[in-house]
Ligand binder design. Structure first.
Ligand code: FUB
Length: 449
């Protein structure tokens, strides 16, 4: 799949961020992503997403994806560690899931269509790493009532709750194994006091539509959800306990961004609070070709959530990137024109690179200066060049590495070239140039001082 940073992104940037030259939202530019579920683990934010297929005219989704960051600006693509094929009993609809960690295991709760019943059911993938691979924990659905969008919250007393639902809102109490539950499937009453009154369409009594995101902060329980389809906005309710009673508190994110759905996930990381959502910001974007984005926000002193607006800039970077250690090619703030793919032998590489494609790495601290640049590359064609530019894809040229053919797209070789004028902190652009057709693949890069 090939999404070019074109007029749609520039138009969104101009519309949402007057005067801003940065445009690092949405956080994934190589494919369409949806339904973000963030998880903080070991100093990184992992975001688990769905994957809208190119040209989709329905929620045509076959696998899930994982991305992570340490600085909220540069995101690493970890590929697809779970798909419909993980669940032998599932036939379609790899929709909005949620990952939680317990006792060193990562549990990925997902809604999929049960082939046997034709209904939506909740399956559980399990892994020992946040990036998988995930396997089917049960070999069957954990719970099935035709409804979607699972979300798990583990309270301070260790009791875990699985919430889900559209058009209703349900929960079960999970056992500590996270793959079974005690007691029955319980309905959360959708009262207008709890979830707001719908003014317009349909027979639904409240604003609640789908996509619950339940968490606890300073003793208060929050349920942030997609409201009042279609199009959806994001609203929220609070409660004194994990099962209610809920009180509707208002809008978190208004209708914006060109997708008729939205889907929320919230985490605190490194002293900041971050709101993940999706929109239609990439070229070709729409209700079935969505993209995950993120904003930083601050709770009000009374714990209420301010209205959050979509931006094309995204959050400020935390810290800087050290160029003198190895970086994966698939870690960037913006990837223009390229794709990622599994690398033979493991990992991910950047591929399908054409003339003028580029990768932006935000906030690279060269300090007193870099002398050389080294990259792991492969090319089944005649190769091309990697231009090292500072501040923009046409910014100051600090070096050019020539890449020749290596005899295959997975035949890897190391190339180096001299660097001049790279000192201080800059956004680094790896700009690829050459002839027609695919030029080269990039696995990793590093500068030397
Ligand atoms: O992505 C498919 C569905 O669209 C999700 O399950 C809902 O939350 C909505 O975003």
């Amino acid at each position: 799949m090939r999404i070019r940073a074109g007029l749609a992104v520039l138009a969104l940037s101009a519309a949402l961020v007057p005067g801003s030259a940065r445009a690092d939202n949405p956080i994934v530019q190589t494919i369409y992503t949806a339904d973000p579920a963030p998880l903080v683990h070991n100093g990184r934010v992992y975001v688990y997403t769905g994957h809208d297929e190119d040209g989709s005219t329905y929620f045509t989704m076959r696998d899930w994806r994982v991305y992570s960051t340490a600085d909220m600006a540069n995101w690493t693509d970890h590929g697809s560690p779970m798909s419909l094929t993980t669940f032998s009993w599932a036939s379609a609809d790899a929709w909005a899931g949620h990952v939680t960690e317990r006792n060193g295991r990562f549990y990925w709760y997902v809604p999929v269509k049960n082939r046997a019943t034709g209904r939506m059911a909740i399956g559980v993938g399990v892994a020992t790493s946040p990036t998988g691979p995930f396997t089917d924990a049960l070999g069957r659905p954990l719970v099935e009532n035709g409804e979607i969008d699972p979300n798990v919250f583990i309270d301070d007393d260790g009791q875990a709750y699985l919430y889900w639902g559209n058009p209703n809102l349900w929960y079960v109490r999970l056992n500590t194994d996270m793959t079974s539950y005690s007691g029955g499937v319980t309905s959360i009453p959708l009262t207008t006091a709890g979830f707001g009154a719908r003014t317009g369409n349909t027979g639904r009594p409240t604003l609640y539509e789908e996509g619950p995101w339940v968490y606890k902060r300073n003793g208060l329980y929050y349920n942030v959800f997609a409201a009042e389809c279609c199009s959806e906005f994001i609203g929220y309710s609070t409660a004194p306990g994990p099962t209610g009673p809920w009180t509707y508190r208002g809008t978190v994110m208004p209708r914006q961004g060109g997708s008729f759905t939205n889907h929320a996930g919230i985490v605190d990381f490194n002293g900041g609070s971050y709101f993940f959502y999706h929109n239609a910001a990439l070229p070709g974007g729409g209700g079935f070709t969505r993209s995950v984005a993120v904003e930083r926000f601050t709770y009000r002193s009374d714990g209420t959530i301010p209205a959050i607006t979509m931006t094309a800039a995204g959050p400020a970077q935390i810290g800087t990137v050290n160029p003198f250690v190895r970086h994966e090619g698939e870690t960037s703030a913006w990837a223009s024109g390229v794709e990622t793919e599994p690398t033979a032998g493991g990992g991910i590489n950047v591929g399908y690179i054409d003339n003028s494609d580029y990768l932006k790495v935000r906030g690279v601290a060269f300090g007193g200066g870099a002398r050389t640049f080294t990259a792991r590359v492969a090319s089944a064609s005649a190769g091309g060049r990697i231009e090292l530019r500072l501040g923009g894809p046409s910014g100051t040229l600090a070096g050019t590495c020539t890449v020749g053919g290596t005899g295959g797209w997975q035949n890897w070789a190391t190339v180096s070239c001299p660097v001049t004028g790279a000192s201080g902190t800059h956004d680094l652009y790896l700009r690829f140039t050459g002839g027609t057709g695919y030029l080269l693949n990039l696995d990793w890069w590093q500068f030397n001082a």
